[in-house]
Design a protein around this ligand. Structure first.
Ligand SMILES: *[C@@H]1O[C@H](CO)[C@@H](O)[C@H](O)[C@H]1NC(C)=O
Ligand SMILES: *[C@@H]1O[C@H](CO)[C@@H](O)[C@H](O)[C@H]1NC(C)=O
Ligand SMILES: *[C@@H]1O[C@H](CO)[C@@H](O)[C@H](O)[C@H]1NC(C)=O
Ligand SMILES: [Zn+2]
Length: 430
């Protein structure tokens, strides 16, 4: 009786006084290291393999490399000692990750935001995005909702088709595969809105000369979890033993579980139980296998953050793709268009040369397996040494999305010039 009373009292007290059960990052620091010796490479690799108190943004691979690492509060003294002992150069970019997460709260629109109030001065919940998609479909006859399956937690995997002419080849835009990269769904809904409403001839040209298939959130379980569980979650949420979550962008059949992927379910880049093991990946793979011919998908854009990069295959091998020179040229057009819009500096190149080796990614898979010749992974703002990483201030949503749209315009024009869309109904006006 006494025990029950105590439990009830604790439960009541808990519901009144304690904060919800969400992940917290109080006094978690963000370090930027500059690796200068082989000894430092080894030390950082060991540190990553033995401790989950350090969240590495990429892996230590070689000398003359910068690396961002998030360090738990109880490791502050340890990392300070290691830096001194190994003479590792580094700066603290941020002293308290939680403060950033708290500040961001006011830039999130309420979950029940009606679609008429949806805009890009704030970040949006999954429910608000879905409601907005339904609303757009109801208002635009040429826009069609597509549902390709369900996530692990049984949320629908939803996208839209914007088809103006069956003769056009399609551009597939994949967004939100990594849950915490909120600027990705935000930019993709912005671009969809522009395609539907813009009066600019260049944007109207995109709608007339290409058919569009846009999936704003291909990892809905993970995205929801970043709002209600852990702001910095990256993977889906399927359990594997005591840990859970597969990095869906390591789960595709492009050298699955090769370099830059982990077979440990507790890691942020866990490749999954097997190739295409996850329901989200399976749905995308099934749709694309059929859709590449059916809709003539010749272009694939996968949208991520951060680091300001425009990358093409491969991520898993330094072997060059057969149309390497074309993809370099198209990437340069994207970089120039972004610079021209708001002055931001992006870098373009093959995935493995530009960011780090990675296997099992979607853009490699569609290129290698389905022969989609124009395939890019974008890393949007902030810069590689950004001190807010995935928590891009909401007042940067619109400029980031605007410059991405400019990149799409310039890159699709260049690819048109190079002859990739010869059968499209109307030529892009150059
Ligand atoms: C590392 O970062 C510094 C400072 O931002 C920069 O000057 C340097 O070019 C970077 N080095 C590499 C190899 O990226
Ligand atoms: C977007 O919505 C927010 C919240 O309702 C509002 O404060 C803001 O003025 C809106 N922005 C635009 C450009 O309409
Ligand atoms: C254009 O259509 C022709 C005839 O159907 C086809 O042989 C050719 O491969 C197509 N070209 C492209 C770039 O799709
Ligand atoms: Zn990503």
């Amino acid at each position: 009786m006494f025990l029950i009373a105590t439990l009830v009292a604790a439960a009541l007290l808990g519901s009144v006084t304690s904060t919800p059960n969400v992940a917290r990052y109080d006094n978690v620091r963000l370090y930027r290291f500059f690796i200068e010796t082989e000894e430092q490479v080894q030390m950082l690799q060991n540190l990553e393999s033995i401790s989950d108190s350090y969240a590495f943004m990429g892996h230590a691979r070689q000398v003359n490399q910068n690396l961002t690492v998030m360090v738990s509060a109880h490791k502050t003294a340890e990392i300070t000692e290691l830096m001194s002992r190994y003479r590792l150069q580094g700066t603290v970019l941020l002293y308290n990750m939680q403060a950033l997460i708290d500040d961001e709260q006011k830039w999130i629109m309420p979950k029940n935001t009606p679609p008429e109030d949806f805009n890009w001065s704030h970040y949006q919940h999954l429910d608000a995005i879905n409601r907005w998609l339904d609303w757009q479909v109801s208002r635009h006859s040429q826009l069609e909702l597509i549902e390709i399956g369900a996530s692990y937690e049984n949320r629908p995997l939803r996208g839209v088709k914007l088809f103006s002419n069956p003769a056009n080849s399609a551009v597939f835009v994949e967004c939100g595969i990594h849950a915490r990269e909120w600027i990705s769904p935000a930019s993709c809904t912005f671009i969809l809105n522009e395609l539907l409403t813009s009066g600019r001839p260049e944007v109207q040209g995109l709608t007339q000369n290409f058919n569009w298939i846009i999936f704003p959130v291909v990892n809905p379980d993970g995205y929801r979890y970043t709002f209600e569980g852990d702001r910095l979650w990256r993977k889906n949420t399927k359990p594997y033993g005591v840990c859970r979550g597969v990095d869906l962008n390591r789960n595709f059949g492009s050298d699955w579980n090769g370099p830059g992927a982990s077979s440990d379910p507790c890691r942020y880049d866990f490749a999954g139980g097997s190739e295409t093991s996850e329901p989200e990946t399976q749905a995308l793979v099934a749709f694309l296998r059929n859709g590449v011919d059916r809709y003539r998908i010749r272009t694939y854009f996968s949208i991520h953050s951060f680091s300001q990069l425009i990358m093409f295959p491969y991520g898993y091998t330094s072997e060059r793709v057969r149309n390497y020179d074309d993809l370099v040229a198209i990437g340069h057009e994207g970089v120039a268009a972004i610079k021209g819009k708001h002055g931001k500096k992006y870098v373009s190149g093959a995935l493995i040369e530009t960011i780090y080796p990675s296997s099992g990614g979607s853009s490699d898979w569609v290129y290698a397996e389905l022969d989609v010749p124009i395939s890019y992974t974008f890393e949007l703002r902030g810069a590689p040494d950004s001190n807010n990483m995935f928590l891009l201030p909401a007042d940067e949503i619109i400029p980031t999305a605007e410059e991405l749209l400019e990149a799409f315009i310039a890159m699709l024009q260049k690819a048109t010039q190079l002859g990739y869309y010869e059968n499209n109904s109307v030529k892009v006006d150059l």
